[in-house]
Ligand binder design. Structure first.
Ligand SMILES: C[S@@+](CC[C@H](N)C(=O)[O-])C[C@H]1O[C@@H](n2cnc3c(N)ncnc32)[C@H](O)[C@@H]1O
Length: 656
């Protein structure tokens, strides 16, 4: 017989046991057929049934529930090992090796008991705290129960807690062997059935369960069978883009939960921020209260696979609220966030030693594509909460339809860059009105300062000849001709903005901030600007500033401040990073809240405008003194913090 080896040390004991069984199967077979050893797959396939029979006998024999549960759990672990490994014949040796592909196709990675225990105990705590309505006839389900890890835990832990009785446990899985293991205990209130939980008729009726727990299968779109993939696409909203199967299980759980029902899952974190997770995020955000998210991605929970899981708990809302109600509820709904790096920290969460922090569920409506971002520090969280709690009528967003401002992108040179941009012009061209001085982010915008570096653009539409496949856009001329305007760099560690009085043209590495009434059409096309005109009273900068320039200085000071740069960074660093730099998108810059003048703050707003003007002048001066500029900026930052009512000693460090 060849030598049997395995290089897989994590499951040493199980490997050993499997090798022994494998050997004995071969020995038995070889008594009848000397060539039986060669039939490696058939022999391997017999290992688990042999083990199953052995366990079945043990379980039948024992009358102790705890012992039964322990044996079922053990067999479940061994089954996981069996399906995730195979025997191969290599270099004259038999080897037991992992079958990664198989695991990825089946999504069969069972949950370690530390995790399933935690999820169940957390739910028990919630019930004990009475924040969940106490009732009888509870129905608890795991829609992808495998060999029943969560259900076994429920039975085991349930005996130590007073739960309203009766309750019934339901476990479904499409793997017939896993189901047989889960059913081995023959417990009276445990119903186990082999089902495709996503399509089974009995699970079509909504609102069936009070609690749903589990570890939904993570199977990538590319690993799902084509026909099945099409069926999922037709039936589930969450089957969107390159979805993974676990998001469909989330949607199914949401349908099956009773209003007020609670779910607790360990699940990959991918859908929280990926494009494909957009639909399921929207579903969860609108129809559930997300109770807690525990980031356990730093812990290697599942050996053998690289996944980044989170534990999430949510409660289905009682009924779909109206849009206004929804936003009110979400403002009040707090999601508890935790980050842990050791599995033992789960216990500390339960005992309150690790507290995590709360974030308004509403926040996720402001994040890009409603991403559910969870990794904030306490300081960052404090800053965000502060912004969310600004009184509604104390500020406006730059891109609010009623805002007096608009943000625009500069010229898109497309594939005509060489035709449009020129480094130098001939004497004869000096009088050509179509040639304009050009500024780019690199040439040159800094905080508070623009300096033209001798670049020109031919502002002539006919140079972009679409019939020859040219593309690009010169944009409307008024956005460059407006005076003044603010130019903002597209990339940077922080927001870098400068005021322009010279009517520079810019390319699209620059975002322009303009007043809507600088557009000549504003004065003729009143219909288009209906909102602005009607609500022109909303902002009363005109009442406190004698000149439009001052208003621009005020906005410039705000944009360049530490406070606003930190806010933008915290909100968008997860999704808007290119290299080390953040990208500044119009839609997100547009969400920066600008404080409106009131009779209490108008003096400080005027101060901010004047100080910013002074800083701009200091930058322009040939005798610019860095120390003096820094001193003035410090004062400006303090004034802006105080205008926003924020005490931000830590901000400076973050930005430096
Ligand atoms: C990640 S395992 C979790 C098993 C168990 N709940 C645990 O936590 O250990 C996912 C399970 O989903 C099952 N599964 C995959 N697709 C399924 C489907 N359409 N219906 C029911 N179960 C499914 C797999 O067989 C596997 O047992």
């Amino acid at each position: 017989m060849s030598i049997l080896v395995t290089n897989y040390s994590i499951h040493k004991e199980i490997t050993q046991e499997f090798l022994e069984i494998y050997r004995s199967i071969i020995r038995e077979k070889m008594k009848i057929d000397p060539l039986a050893e060669k039939d490696k797959i058939k022999n391997w396939d017999m290992v688990f049934p042999t083990l199953f029979e052995k366990y079945q006998k043990y379980i039948k024999k024992t009358s102790k529930i705890a012992k039964k549960l322990q044996l079922i759990r053990e067999l479940g672990e061994k089954y996981q090992f069996f399906i995730s490994h195979q025997v191969i014949f290599e270099n004259d040796k038999w080897k037991i090796v992992p079958r990664k592909k198989k695991i990825h196709q089946l999504g069969t990675i069972y949950t370690p008991s530390e995790i399933s225990h935690f999820i169940i105990r957390w739910i028990f705590q919630l019930i004990n705290e009475n924040s969940y309505q106490v009732k009888v006839n509870w129905k608890i389900a795991d829609l992808a129960c495998g060999p029943g890890q969560f259900l076994i835990d429920w039975i085991e832990l349930g005996s130590s807690i007073r739960l309203p009785q009766p309750l019934s446990l339901f476990g479904y899985d499409n793997d017939p062997i896993a189901i047989q293991i889960a059913a081995l205990g023959s417990f009276p209130d445990l119903y186990i059935a082999q089902k495709d939980s996503l399509f089974d008729g009995a699970l079509e009726q909504r609102n069936q369960f009070d609690i749903i727990v589990g570890n939904p299968p993570y199977i990538k779109s590319s690993a799902i069978d084509d026909d099945y993939w099409n069926k999922l696409k037709l039936k589930f909203k969450s089957a969107y883009h390159k979805f993974d199967l676990s998001v469909v299980f989330l949607e199914k759980s949401l349908c099956l939960l009773k209003p007020g029902g609670i779910a607790g899952f360990i699940i990959s974190n991918k859908w929280l921020t990926s494009k494909y997770g957009m639909k399921i995020r929207d579903l969860l955000l609108s129809s559930t209260k997300i109770l807690a998210i525990i980031d356990v991605s730093q812990i290697s929970i599942f050996s053998n696979v690289s996944t980044y899981p989170v534990i999430i708990f949510f409660q289905k809302r009682a009924k779909i609220p109206s849009k206004q109600q929804k936003s009110d509820i979400e403002m009040k709904s707090l999601v508890r966030l935790y980050h842990i790096e050791k599995i033992t920290d789960l216990e500390k969460i339960l005992t309150g030693k690790i507290k995590g922090f709360s974030i308004q569920q509403h926040f996720f409506h402001f994040t890009p594509h409603h991403s559910i971002i969870t990794n904030f520090s306490i300081n960052e969280h404090e800053l965000l909460s502060h912004f969310w709690n600004l009184p509604q009528d104390s500020f406006f967003f730059l891109n609010d339809p009623k805002s007096p401002y608009t943000l625009r992108k500069g010229i898109h040179t497309g594939n005509c860059k060489n035709k449009l941009i020129v480094n130098e012009i001939h004497n004869s061209e000096f009088d050509n009105l179509e040639i304009k001085p050009l500024i780019t982010s690199r040439l040159k915008i800094e905080r508070y300062k623009i300096s033209w570096q001798g670049l020109w653009i031919r502002y002539n539409k006919s140079l972009i000849d679409k019939s020859k496949g040219d593309y690009g856009s010169l944009r409307e001329p008024w956005i460059f001709e407006a005076n003044p305007k603010i130019c903002i760099k597209l990339f940077g560690i922080r927001i870098q903005a400068a005021i322009d009085f010279f009517r520079y043209y810019t390319n699209n590495s620059v975002i322009l901030l303009l007043r809507k009434d600088q557009n000549p059409a504003f004065h003729t096309n009143s219909k288009k600007f209906y909102h602005l005109k009607e609500h022109s009273e909303m902002h009363s900068f005109k009442a406190i500033f004698s000149h439009i320039e001052e208003e621009f200085y005020y906005i410039l000071g705000i944009l360049n401040s530490n406070l606003i740069s930190s806010y933008y960074r915290i909100m968008y660093r997860h999704t808007h990073v290119r290299g080390n730099y953040l990208q500044y998108y119009i839609k997100d810059l547009g969400k920066i809240p600008i404080i409106l003048p009131t009779k209490h703050n108008f003096k400080i707003i005027r101060d901010i405008a004047q100080l910013t003007r002074r800083i701009v002048k200091l930058h322009e001066s040939f005798l610019a003194n860095r120390v003096e500029i820094e001193k003035e900026e410090k004062i400006l930052n303090k004034k802006i913090d105080s205008l926003y009512g924020f005490n931000s000693s830590y901000l400076q460090k973050q930005i430096d």
